[in-house]
Every structure is written in structure tokens, then in C-alpha cells.
Ligand binder design. Structure first.
Ligand code: GUN
Length: 291
């Protein structure tokens, strides 16, 4: 079976990391990711498995701190504090979602900013406002999309890019990065679930990046421009006939012939996101060794 674009680009990111490991004469086992999970969300279990596998593939260390669903914000803070001071841990992420009674922002902002490989700490995410060059980290999904677009030579300067979704993790940082005049220089239109006449806007778009969380929201070739680039961040487990399949926010099969580039689900944004996290882990290692 032909390798999918997300896997091809992820492999390129891994190859680059391996070259860095070798040129820095780095012992990869000295680079370690800690994942804090509160509760037992099934999707989180799968995402964590992919992160563990990526660490193993590169020879990085990995530790999972799994806390019970009913644990308090203070208990989570205690674990984060111990990770922050552990010299053997390079990067720390708190897998989301956390239960509602846990103060999400308090715990995300408790992570040592130099270990914040998700880029969820306010000190890190706010740097993106000033562009890629001013940033410490880029959120992994956004880094993956950025890298994929560069790899595929997607023309961005002056192009109309419709972003659908305004999450703190994907939509907002993507908008900042893509609209940066000194870099991608897209003309961005940022849409959400309240956007009126969404499909009139998607018809104008040279690039559509969709993280709407709505299965097959874009379902017909009639709502896109000829030769559009579509990047699908959605991930849904749906029943097709008598089988379960993973699909995105876009109906890939219905649209692929009209697109210059369209990322599939699976095999698109997912693999580059995990590779982006590994890239961030290398950045964290460098930041800490410069201290
Ligand atoms: N849950 C869904 N996506 C993410 C992510 O990128 N990082 C973390 N920590 N949790 C998530």
C-alpha cells in the first residue's frame, strides 16, 4: 500500500531528529517524556500509546503518571512539581481532557515552561503572537501542519486560507502562524460554529484547514475551489456498514479529485502531530542544556 503523506512527512521529521541526535552525540535515553493522565479517557489512552511508541522508536525515555479520575487539582500539581524538578525528565505534557473538577489552566500553567512540549503554558503560547522565530515551542499539531505545508511546497503568500475551528491547541495558534507576514503570509479567514454562510467562504479558499470536530462537515466538492489544499485535523471513529472506521472532518473520497493536496484521515495530521511532539522534546532538551 502506498505510504500516506502524513507518514512520509513524519518520517522526515524523525530522520531529522536522528541526525540531530547523532550530530550532538546525544544519548537518546537521556531525553525523556512524562505524560500526566487524569482518569481513563479511551481516546487519550490511544493518543498516549502513539506518543510512547514514538519515544521508543527514537530511543527516548517515557513515563506515564496515571492518576485516578477523582483526584484533586492539588494532587495533580504535586505530581507536576515533582516532574518539574526531576532532572531526568525533559518534557512534560498533561493529556487532555482532564475531569471538569480539575483546574485545567492551573495545572497547564504549573508545568515548567522549558519542559512544556505541548506549548500550552501561557508564557509559551503567547510568544507565538510574535511569530515562529520568537517562539520557544509550537504546539505539536500546528508544528506538524506547518512542516507538512513546507514539505509539500504549498504556496501561501497572499493566498486565502480558511481556518475552521478556534481551539487554543490548534485553530488560534495556526491563525497566528499562517498570517505572519514575515513567514507564511496567508490572508486568513477564521471561522467557527457561528460562522454564517461557511461554504461561501470555503469556496474562496486556496487553503482550508479544518479542526471543527464535526464528522464530514465538508462533504461535497461543490463547496471548494478547484485545486484547493485541504488539511484535515478531524478524527472520528464512525460505523460504516458493519465496520468501524476512522475518518475526518472532510469527506476525503468525495473531494480528493478536485484538490491539489488533501490530507487523509488516518495518515495525515495524526502522524505529524506525534512527530511534532518529538521535535519539541529535542527543543526542550536543548533549552535545558543551555541553562
Ligand atoms: N488532547 C487532544 N490533543 C492533545 C494534545 O495535543 N496534547 C494533549 N496534552 N492533550 C491532547
Amino acid at each position: 500500500m502506498e505510504k500516506k503523506i502524513g507518514n512520509i512527512v513524519a518520517d522526515e521529521i524523525y530522520a531529522k531528529i536522528k541526525r540531530q541526535i547523532s550530530s550532538q552525540s546525544l544519548d537518546p535515553s537521556s531525553v525523556k517524556l512524562a505524560v500526566v493522565q487524569v482518569g481513563n479517557d479511551q481516546a487519550s489512552n490511544i493518543y498516549i500509546k502513539f506518543k510512547r511508541r514514538a519515544c521508543e522508536k527514537l530511543g527516548f525515555g517515557f513515563s506515564l503518571f496515571k492518576l485516578e479520575d477523582k483526584c484533586t487539582t492539588e494532587e495533580v500539581l504535586k505530581i507536576i512539581d515533582s516532574i518539574n524538578t526531576d532532572k531526568n525528565i525533559t518534557g512534560c505534557i498533561v493529556q487532555l481532557p482532564v475531569p471538569l473538577h480539575v483546574d485545567k489552566y492551573k495545572i497547564l500553567n504549573a508545568v515548567n515552561p522549558l519542559k512544556d512540549v505541548d506549548c500550552f503554558h501561557i508564557d509559551n503560547i503567547s510568544r507565538l503572537y510574535f511569530g515562529y522565530e520568537s517562539s520557544r515551542f509550537i504546539p505539536a499539531t500546528v508544528f506538524g501542519i506547518y512542516y507538512l505545508m513546507k514539505h509539500c511546497n504549498v504556496e501561501t503568500k497572499g493566498k486565502t486560507c480558511v481556518i475552521i475551528g478556534k481551539s487554543n491547541i490548534v485553530g488560534k495558534p495556526l491563525q497566528m502562524l499562517l498570517s505572519d507576514e514575515l513567514d507564511m503570509a496567508c490572508t486568513t479567514i477564521h471561522c467557527d460554529k457561528y460562522t454564517e454562510n461557511l461554504f461561501e467562504l470555503t469556496r474562496l479558499a486556496d487553503i482550508i484547514i479544518i479542526a471543527a470536530g464535526v464528522h464530514h462537515l465538508i462533504n461535497s466538492p461543490d463547496v471548494i475551489k478547484e485545486n484547493a489544499t485541504i488539511i484535515d485535523v478531524g478524527i472520528h471513529r464512525v460505523k460504516v456498514g458493519d465496520k468501524f472506521r476512522v475518518q475526518g472532518d472532510v469527506n476525503y473520497e468525495a473531494l480528493k479529485d478536485k484538490c491539489k493536496l488533501i490530507t487523509p484521515v488516518p495518515g495525515g495530521v495524526g502522524p505529524v502531530t506525534v512527530a511534532g511532539l518529538m521535535h519539541n522534546l529535542m527543543t526542550a532538551n536543548k533549552l535545558q542544556s543551555n541553562q
